[in-house]
Design a protein around this ligand. Structure first.
Ligand SMILES: Cc1cc2nc3c(=O)[nH]c(=O)nc-3n(C[C@H](O)[C@H](O)[C@H](O)COP(=O)(O)OP(=O)(O)OC[C@H]3O[C@@H](n4cnc5c(N)ncnc54)[C@H](O)[C@@H]3O)c2cc1C
Length: 490
């Protein structure tokens, strides 16, 4: 048996920032737990333009939803990053800072205990740490889109900043300097009464206990964290009993209220002379190696922004969203759209009590029909942008949904057939001052000592845009709170 001061489970977006800030704020010895993993090829991780190759790679947990009723019974792939850096190893690297609405939601969730200004200050500190880059390449699809939408009323077209360093994916492992890393899958929390004192780990076919003096912080993400809580006896009693897990406390909202952004790609053939390729010319690679610029530095989802007063987010790619990296004969552009504030939610539950079995995910997409209704309006909006002045002459034809699919019913059908996850699962263990939120405003798992949860699972609703910056902001604030508690105790 080994002992440390604090165990951090997971090494993703939240964990890296949390460990870094905790080290700044306290002298705690931190041990990070992350499953063993084989690595995807470095070329796919480093070159932004190859990030889609990481989906389904060794750096991906390769999760899937159950068949989705409103999506033609499709099972949707839910990639989640595995290895040091978590989903920052495989994500699209868009830096989207929390918006005024996000700050207001967080202030409300914690009953005003943390003000909008405090959240805003933390977000700004995180941004100074991450130093997102201004893009070093903009495809002609993106240039056309930005030119066509720049004067739009009630819209904020944006060229997205990137989580990059010198045109390469940012590696967050340096934030863990000074922390120990133990490779293994956290199975469940170890208890002394109502106090968390460590975790049980699975390492291959062995299991082992790791003990800590001040407790455990769960940063295993929107799927991992509720799963560990449930295996530890904290969750919906009925679900736990089904797997013969002893119920420590009945928490119906662990694994519930899981939200994601459902994105609908609207795909066009264009008159561009440039076909975006996964395998660029040697001179483009050389340029990127020397300067970090050029098409190799493109993260594909280069621009977009908020439209219709923030009701929709748009993502523009110089590719066919559904078939790339398969090469096409003609130049393509996708304008994908999602509702920023969906009302629908899904669930994550256990498929078995064992740490290495994959969970059961109900995506819940379109459970509230208003989400689909509004997404139809979003598709109509994209069409009017693409047919309007500026883009109209440049776009050759619409492929998806396709010119023949006009009218609400036809677009609904296209959504059920083609809509995808935007990879933003959040909210499955929400924090808040409501007694039914599993995590309190100090990120403590309600009802226990020495146990915290800090990652995308605690967000009280899905973020306006891409969540990494928001997750990291949570981690920054949580680290200060945890450091205060644990330092007081020592
Ligand atoms: C393909 C893809 C593209 C995305 N694109 C963007 C984007 O462009 N911009 C953006 O802002 N966001 C994007 N996201 C979302 C963003 O990456 C996540 O929201 C963010 O990383 C969540 O942070 P987290 O700390 O909650 O979880 P993660 O970063 O996923 O980290 C969780 C960590 O916990 C580990 N873990 C899980 N279970 C266990 C266990 N039992 N024991 C030990 N460790 C465990 C995992 O291996 C992982 O390292 C994308 C995500 C994906 C998958």
């Amino acid at each position: 048996m080994e002992e440390t001061d604090l165990i951090v489970v997971g090494s993703g977006a939240a964990a890296c920032v949390l460990a870094y800030r905790l080290r700044q704020q306290s002298g705690l010895r931190i041990t990070v737990v992350e499953p063993e993993s084989d690595l995807a090829p470095a070329i796919d991780r480093e070159r932004p333009s190859r990030w889609l190759k990481l989906i389904g790679s060794k750096d991906d947990w390769k999760l899937k939803t159950e068949p989705c009723d409103r999506l033609a019974s499709r099972r949707i792939d839910w990639p989640r990053g595995r290895g040091i850096g978590g989903s920052t190893r495989i994500n699209a690297m868009i830096w989207f800072p929390p918006t005024a609405t996000d700050f207001a939601n967080w202030e409300t969730a914690c009953g005003g205990q943390r003000s909008i200004d405090q959240w805003r200050a933390a977000a700004s500190d995180v941004e100074s740490l991450v130093q997102p880059e201004t893009p070093r390449f903009l495809s002609d699809a993106s240039q056309q889109f930005m030119a066509a939408t720049s004067g739009f009323a009630n819209a904020e077209p944006m060229i997205y900043r990137r989580i990059n360093r010198n045109g390469r994916r940012t590696d967050f492992s340096a934030l863990l300097d000074g922390a120990g890393v133990v490779r293994g899958t956290a199975d469940r929390v170890l208890w002394h009464g109502e106090r968390a004192v460590g975790v049980n780990l699975v390492q291959g076919d062995r299991s082992r206990e790791l003990r800590s003096r001040c407790g455990v912080v769960l940063c295993a993400g929107a799927i991992g964290t509720p799963s560990i809580l449930m295996r530890s006896g904290i969750g919906p009693a009925e679900d736990l009993s089904r797997h013969d897990i002893i119920v420590r406390v009945d928490r119906p909202n662990v694994g519930r209220r899981l939200q994601d952004h459902l994105v609908m790609p609207v795909i066009f053939e264009t008159k561009s002379k440039n076909i975006f390729r996964l395998d660029p010319a040697v001179r483009d690679v050389a340029k990127w190696m020397v300067t970090g610029a050029g098409s190799v530095s493109s993260n594909i989802a280069e621009c977009g922004g908020l439209f219709d007063g923030g009701r929709f987010q748009v993502h523009v790619t110089p590719t066919n969203y559904l078939t790339f990296p398969k090469l096409s004969d003609t130049a393509m552009m996708t304008i994908a759209i999602n509702l920023t504030r969906p009302r629908s939610s899904g669930t994550v539950t256990l498929s078995s009590p064992h740490a290495c079995s994959l969970p059961v995910i109900q995506g819940g997409y379109g459970r509230d029909d208003r989400d689909i209704e509004e997404l139809v309006e979003g598709v109509e909006m994209v069409r009017s942008i693409a047919r309007g002045s500026g883009l109209g002459e440049w776009v050759e034809r619409e492929l998806i949904p396709g010119q023949r699919r006009e009218g609400e019913q036809a677009i609904r059908k296209a959504i059920s057939r083609y809509a995808q996850t935007l990879y933003h699962p959040t909210g499955s263990c929400q924090f808040g001052n409501q007694i039914d939120s599993p995590v309190d405003v100090d990120f403590k798992v309600r009802g226990f000592d020495g146990l915290w949860a800090v990652d995308a699972s605690v967000l009280p609703s899905v973020t306006t845009g891409n969540p990494t910056a928001s997750v990291m902001t949570m981690a920054w604030v949580a680290a200060e709170s945890i450091a205060g508690t644990t330092v007081d105790r020592s």
